[in-house]
Write a protein that binds this ligand. Structure first.
Ligand SMILES: [Zn+2]
Length: 104
């Protein structure tokens, strides 16, 4: 599995380079090429890092994208890794059990 961090400017280019005519929606798995899978996760950098595409610095808390590319037929499947690098946006749709719900 290939893992990449992209800045927002590079995601469209990476998607195009991979053979997609659209930019994948965060969290979905797409097929840029037969047998090839790609997943994009949008989030905020947990620490300063560099874009794997343009090498520009991504500051802590800056919006960026974690891209995974793997082969469908590989013996090594996709494994979540994004949370090591990025904090996924809390957009209300994802509520953790026992999270912020105060006991009444
Ligand atoms: Zn970039």
């Amino acid at each position: 599995m290939k893992r990449e961090i992209n800045c927002p400017e590079c995601l469209p280019n990476t998607s195009k380079y991979r053979g997609l005519c659209f930019v994948p929606v965060s969290g979905t798995i797409v097929d840029p090429y037969p047998g090839e899978k790609m997943k994009v996760v949008k989030g905020k950098a947990k620490f300063a890092m560099f874009c794997d595409s343009c090498a520009k610095k991504i500051e802590e808390n800056q919006e960026c994208f974690a891209i995974s590319i793997w082969s469908e037929y590989s013996s090594i499947p996709y494994r979540p890794w994004e949370s090591t690098y990025i904090r996924e946006k809390e957009n209300g749709s994802k509520t953790e059990p026992g999270g912020d719900e105060a006991s009444s």
